[in-house]
Design a protein around this ligand. Structure first.
Ligand code: OGA
Ligand code: MN
Length: 286
Protein backbone atom coordinates (compact mmCIF):
# COMPACT_ATOMS: atom_id res chain seq x y z
CA UNK A 1 0.00 0.00 0.00
CA UNK A 2 1.40 3.34 -0.96
CA UNK A 3 0.94 6.36 1.30
CA UNK A 4 0.94 8.81 -1.57
CA UNK A 5 -0.84 12.08 -0.80
CA UNK A 6 -1.29 15.38 -2.59
CA UNK A 7 -1.46 18.94 -1.21
CA UNK A 8 -2.44 21.96 -3.29
CA UNK A 9 0.29 24.46 -4.18
CA UNK A 10 -1.87 26.96 -6.03
CA UNK A 11 -5.47 27.74 -6.80
CA UNK A 12 -5.69 26.42 -10.35
CA UNK A 13 -2.70 24.18 -10.78
CA UNK A 14 -0.01 22.47 -8.77
CA UNK A 15 0.05 19.89 -6.03
CA UNK A 16 2.81 18.59 -3.84
CA UNK A 17 3.10 14.81 -3.87
CA UNK A 18 4.35 13.16 -0.72
CA UNK A 19 4.90 9.54 0.18
CA UNK A 20 6.81 8.66 -3.00
CA UNK A 21 10.49 7.79 -3.30
CA UNK A 22 11.52 8.23 -6.92
CA UNK A 23 14.83 6.46 -6.32
CA UNK A 24 12.82 3.24 -6.07
CA UNK A 25 10.81 1.54 -8.79
CA UNK A 26 7.14 2.53 -8.54
CA UNK A 27 4.42 -0.09 -8.58
CA UNK A 28 1.73 0.29 -11.24
CA UNK A 29 -0.89 1.54 -8.83
CA UNK A 30 1.32 4.34 -7.49
CA UNK A 31 2.34 5.31 -11.01
CA UNK A 32 -1.30 5.41 -12.09
CA UNK A 33 -2.14 7.70 -9.17
CA UNK A 34 0.72 10.03 -10.10
CA UNK A 35 -0.32 10.06 -13.75
CA UNK A 36 -3.91 10.89 -12.85
CA UNK A 37 -2.75 13.67 -10.51
CA UNK A 38 -0.59 15.07 -13.31
CA UNK A 39 -3.60 15.23 -15.63
CA UNK A 40 -5.80 16.74 -12.91
CA UNK A 41 -3.36 19.32 -11.53
CA UNK A 42 -0.90 19.97 -14.42
CA UNK A 43 2.11 20.57 -12.13
CA UNK A 44 3.33 18.07 -9.54
CA UNK A 45 6.16 18.68 -7.12
CA UNK A 46 8.01 15.82 -5.46
CA UNK A 47 10.02 17.28 -2.59
CA UNK A 48 13.25 15.80 -1.24
CA UNK A 49 14.17 13.44 -4.07
CA UNK A 50 17.95 13.86 -3.69
CA UNK A 51 18.41 10.09 -3.86
CA UNK A 52 16.91 9.97 -7.37
CA UNK A 53 19.68 9.21 -9.86
CA UNK A 54 19.73 10.18 -13.52
CA UNK A 55 18.81 6.59 -14.36
CA UNK A 56 15.86 6.72 -11.94
CA UNK A 57 14.77 9.99 -13.51
CA UNK A 58 14.94 8.55 -17.02
CA UNK A 59 13.09 5.39 -15.98
CA UNK A 60 10.30 7.39 -14.32
CA UNK A 61 9.77 9.74 -17.26
CA UNK A 62 9.92 6.90 -19.77
CA UNK A 63 6.77 5.52 -18.19
CA UNK A 64 5.01 8.64 -19.50
CA UNK A 65 6.24 8.17 -23.07
CA UNK A 66 9.22 8.42 -25.40
CA UNK A 67 11.91 10.87 -24.29
CA UNK A 68 13.04 13.68 -26.56
CA UNK A 69 16.77 13.97 -27.12
CA UNK A 70 17.82 17.59 -27.02
CA UNK A 71 18.91 19.13 -30.32
CA UNK A 72 21.86 20.81 -28.60
CA UNK A 73 23.87 17.87 -27.22
CA UNK A 74 26.48 20.24 -25.80
CA UNK A 75 23.91 21.10 -23.11
CA UNK A 76 23.15 17.50 -22.17
CA UNK A 77 24.83 15.13 -19.76
CA UNK A 78 27.71 13.41 -21.54
CA UNK A 79 26.35 10.43 -23.48
CA UNK A 80 22.79 11.21 -22.31
CA UNK A 81 21.12 13.33 -24.97
CA UNK A 82 17.78 12.82 -23.19
CA UNK A 83 19.00 14.70 -20.10
CA UNK A 84 19.16 18.45 -20.62
CA UNK A 85 21.27 20.37 -18.12
CA UNK A 86 19.88 23.76 -17.11
CA UNK A 87 22.62 25.59 -15.24
CA UNK A 88 24.79 28.64 -14.79
CA UNK A 89 27.71 26.47 -13.59
CA UNK A 90 30.94 26.42 -15.59
CA UNK A 91 33.65 23.82 -15.22
CA UNK A 92 37.06 24.65 -16.69
CA UNK A 93 35.41 27.58 -18.43
CA UNK A 94 32.88 25.34 -20.16
CA UNK A 95 29.19 25.84 -19.35
CA UNK A 96 27.71 22.60 -17.97
CA UNK A 97 24.36 23.39 -19.44
CA UNK A 98 22.10 25.96 -20.94
CA UNK A 99 22.37 29.29 -19.14
CA UNK A 100 19.45 31.68 -18.77
CA UNK A 101 17.17 29.03 -20.24
CA UNK A 102 13.45 29.60 -20.31
CA UNK A 103 13.41 33.22 -19.15
CA UNK A 104 10.31 33.93 -21.24
CA UNK A 105 6.91 32.32 -20.77
CA UNK A 106 6.97 29.18 -22.88
CA UNK A 107 6.14 25.51 -23.16
CA UNK A 108 8.87 23.02 -23.97
CA UNK A 109 9.63 22.15 -27.60
CA UNK A 110 6.57 23.97 -28.92
CA UNK A 111 8.51 24.49 -32.15
CA UNK A 112 8.30 20.75 -32.89
CA UNK A 113 5.41 19.12 -34.75
CA UNK A 114 4.98 16.95 -31.65
CA UNK A 115 5.87 19.19 -28.72
CA UNK A 116 6.62 17.85 -25.26
CA UNK A 117 3.81 16.47 -23.15
CA UNK A 118 5.66 16.18 -19.85
CA UNK A 119 8.82 17.81 -18.57
CA UNK A 120 10.46 16.61 -15.39
CA UNK A 121 13.01 18.87 -13.75
CA UNK A 122 15.23 17.73 -10.87
CA UNK A 123 16.95 20.38 -8.77
CA UNK A 124 20.47 19.25 -7.92
CA UNK A 125 21.70 22.62 -6.66
CA UNK A 126 19.61 25.76 -6.24
CA UNK A 127 20.09 29.22 -4.75
CA UNK A 128 18.56 29.52 -1.27
CA UNK A 129 15.70 31.86 -2.09
CA UNK A 130 15.90 32.82 -5.73
CA UNK A 131 15.54 31.25 -9.14
CA UNK A 132 11.91 30.24 -8.72
CA UNK A 133 10.10 28.72 -11.67
CA UNK A 134 6.74 30.23 -12.52
CA UNK A 135 3.79 28.27 -13.93
CA UNK A 136 0.47 29.26 -15.47
CA UNK A 137 -2.46 26.92 -15.96
CA UNK A 138 -3.79 27.57 -19.45
CA UNK A 139 -7.21 25.96 -18.88
CA UNK A 140 -7.98 28.66 -16.31
CA UNK A 141 -6.69 31.35 -18.65
CA UNK A 142 -8.90 30.13 -21.49
CA UNK A 143 -11.92 29.92 -19.21
CA UNK A 144 -11.28 33.46 -17.94
CA UNK A 145 -11.35 34.97 -21.44
CA UNK A 146 -14.53 36.80 -22.42
CA UNK A 147 -16.92 34.47 -24.24
CA UNK A 148 -16.76 36.43 -27.48
CA UNK A 149 -12.95 36.25 -27.49
CA UNK A 150 -13.06 32.48 -26.91
CA UNK A 151 -15.39 32.17 -29.84
CA UNK A 152 -13.31 34.44 -32.07
CA UNK A 153 -10.01 32.64 -31.49
CA UNK A 154 -11.16 29.02 -31.45
CA UNK A 155 -10.06 27.40 -34.68
CA UNK A 156 -7.28 29.94 -35.43
CA UNK A 157 -3.82 28.57 -36.13
CA UNK A 158 -0.51 30.03 -35.04
CA UNK A 159 2.78 29.89 -36.91
CA UNK A 160 5.53 29.12 -34.40
CA UNK A 161 8.98 30.07 -35.62
CA UNK A 162 12.04 29.21 -33.62
CA UNK A 163 14.20 30.66 -36.35
CA UNK A 164 12.50 34.07 -36.54
CA UNK A 165 12.09 34.52 -32.79
CA UNK A 166 15.61 33.35 -31.85
CA UNK A 167 17.42 36.72 -32.23
CA UNK A 168 14.60 38.45 -30.33
CA UNK A 169 14.50 35.91 -27.48
CA UNK A 170 18.24 35.29 -27.18
CA UNK A 171 20.18 38.39 -28.18
CA UNK A 172 22.97 37.15 -25.84
CA UNK A 173 23.38 33.85 -27.71
CA UNK A 174 25.14 33.25 -31.02
CA UNK A 175 22.77 33.10 -34.00
CA UNK A 176 21.45 29.70 -35.07
CA UNK A 177 23.61 28.03 -37.67
CA UNK A 178 21.96 27.17 -40.98
CA UNK A 179 22.03 23.54 -39.94
CA UNK A 180 20.36 24.27 -36.59
CA UNK A 181 17.77 26.45 -38.29
CA UNK A 182 17.01 23.73 -40.83
CA UNK A 183 16.32 21.28 -38.01
CA UNK A 184 13.44 23.37 -36.66
CA UNK A 185 11.36 24.74 -39.53
CA UNK A 186 8.28 26.84 -38.77
CA UNK A 187 5.34 24.85 -37.49
CA UNK A 188 1.63 25.56 -37.19
CA UNK A 189 -0.33 24.75 -34.03
CA UNK A 190 -3.87 25.66 -32.96
CA UNK A 191 -4.32 28.75 -30.79
CA UNK A 192 -6.90 26.96 -28.70
CA UNK A 193 -5.84 23.43 -27.96
CA UNK A 194 -7.87 20.44 -26.89
CA UNK A 195 -5.92 18.45 -24.33
CA UNK A 196 -5.61 14.96 -25.85
CA UNK A 197 -6.21 13.20 -22.53
CA UNK A 198 -8.53 15.43 -20.51
CA UNK A 199 -10.47 16.79 -23.49
CA UNK A 200 -10.40 20.26 -21.90
CA UNK A 201 -9.65 23.40 -23.89
CA UNK A 202 -6.76 25.69 -23.15
CA UNK A 203 -5.09 28.68 -24.68
CA UNK A 204 -1.94 27.38 -26.34
CA UNK A 205 0.64 30.15 -26.30
CA UNK A 206 4.43 30.21 -26.14
CA UNK A 207 7.57 32.19 -26.77
CA UNK A 208 8.15 31.19 -30.41
CA UNK A 209 4.74 32.36 -31.67
CA UNK A 210 5.23 34.42 -34.77
CA UNK A 211 2.00 34.98 -36.69
CA UNK A 212 -1.58 33.89 -37.07
CA UNK A 213 -2.14 31.89 -40.20
CA UNK A 214 -4.17 33.72 -42.81
CA UNK A 215 -4.12 37.00 -40.86
CA UNK A 216 -2.20 40.16 -41.57
CA UNK A 217 1.18 39.83 -39.76
CA UNK A 218 0.79 42.88 -37.55
CA UNK A 219 -2.83 42.21 -36.73
CA UNK A 220 -1.98 38.62 -35.79
CA UNK A 221 1.00 39.63 -33.70
CA UNK A 222 -1.10 42.24 -31.89
CA UNK A 223 -3.71 39.60 -31.03
CA UNK A 224 -1.03 37.18 -29.83
CA UNK A 225 0.54 39.91 -27.69
CA UNK A 226 -2.83 40.77 -26.19
CA UNK A 227 -3.52 37.13 -25.30
CA UNK A 228 -0.01 36.67 -23.92
CA UNK A 229 -0.46 39.71 -21.70
CA UNK A 230 -3.84 38.49 -20.50
CA UNK A 231 -2.44 35.05 -19.71
CA UNK A 232 0.60 36.24 -17.79
CA UNK A 233 -1.29 38.40 -15.30
CA UNK A 234 -0.18 37.85 -11.70
CA UNK A 235 -3.45 36.17 -10.70
CA UNK A 236 -2.76 33.14 -12.91
CA UNK A 237 0.83 32.60 -11.76
CA UNK A 238 2.13 29.90 -9.43
CA UNK A 239 5.67 30.61 -8.24
CA UNK A 240 7.63 27.51 -7.29
CA UNK A 241 10.44 27.97 -4.78
CA UNK A 242 12.95 25.15 -5.18
CA UNK A 243 14.72 23.26 -2.44
CA UNK A 244 17.68 21.06 -3.38
CA UNK A 245 16.40 17.60 -4.29
CA UNK A 246 12.96 18.75 -5.44
CA UNK A 247 11.64 17.37 -8.68
CA UNK A 248 8.75 18.90 -10.60
CA UNK A 249 6.72 17.26 -13.36
CA UNK A 250 4.54 19.51 -15.50
CA UNK A 251 2.17 19.10 -18.40
CA UNK A 252 3.30 21.31 -21.29
CA UNK A 253 0.03 20.78 -23.11
CA UNK A 254 -1.95 22.98 -20.73
CA UNK A 255 0.62 25.16 -18.91
CA UNK A 256 3.31 27.72 -19.61
CA UNK A 257 6.37 28.19 -17.44
CA UNK A 258 9.13 30.71 -17.00
CA UNK A 259 12.48 30.80 -15.22
CA UNK A 260 13.32 33.81 -13.04
CA UNK A 261 16.67 35.56 -12.59
CA UNK A 262 18.97 34.97 -9.62
CA UNK A 263 22.38 36.18 -8.48
CA UNK A 264 24.35 34.15 -11.00
CA UNK A 265 27.72 35.39 -9.75
CA UNK A 266 26.94 34.24 -6.21
CA UNK A 267 24.95 31.04 -6.55
CA UNK A 268 25.12 27.78 -8.44
CA UNK A 269 21.92 26.44 -9.96
CA UNK A 270 22.04 22.99 -11.51
CA UNK A 271 18.97 21.15 -12.79
CA UNK A 272 18.46 18.05 -14.93
CA UNK A 273 15.47 17.85 -17.25
CA UNK A 274 13.95 14.88 -19.01
CA UNK A 275 11.20 15.56 -21.53
CA UNK A 276 8.50 13.37 -23.00
CA UNK A 277 7.37 13.55 -26.62
CA UNK A 278 3.72 14.50 -26.91
CA UNK A 279 1.01 14.34 -29.52
CA UNK A 280 0.45 16.65 -32.47
CA UNK A 281 -1.69 19.47 -31.01
CA UNK A 282 -5.26 19.77 -32.31
CA UNK A 283 -8.46 21.66 -31.66
CA UNK A 284 -11.82 19.90 -31.51
CA UNK A 285 -14.92 21.93 -30.73
CA UNK A 286 -17.40 20.23 -28.46
C1 OGA B 1 12.97 24.08 -18.41
C2 OGA B 1 12.78 25.44 -17.92
C3 OGA B 1 12.88 26.80 -15.94
C4 OGA B 1 13.82 26.99 -14.80
O1 OGA B 1 13.81 23.38 -17.83
O2 OGA B 1 12.29 23.69 -19.34
O3 OGA B 1 12.15 26.23 -18.57
O4 OGA B 1 13.41 27.70 -13.85
N1 OGA B 1 13.28 25.70 -16.72
O5 OGA B 1 14.94 26.50 -14.86
MN1 MN C 1 11.17 25.14 -20.29
Amino acid sequence: MSSIAVWPLGADIGVEVSGVDLSQPLDDKTFKTIRAAWLDHSVLSFPAQSAMTVDNQIAFTQRLGVLISHHMPQFCLPGRPEVLVVSNVKEDGRPLGQEKAGRNWHTDYQFLAEPASGSFLHAIEVPPDQGNTLFIGMYAVFEALPADTRKRIAGLNVVHSRVRTWPILYPHRPPLSDEEAARTPDIVHPLVRTHPETGRHCLYLGDVMWAIEGMDLEEGQALLRELYEFATAERFVLSYRWQPGDAVLWDNRCTMHCATPFAEETYRRLMYRTTVRGERPFYASN
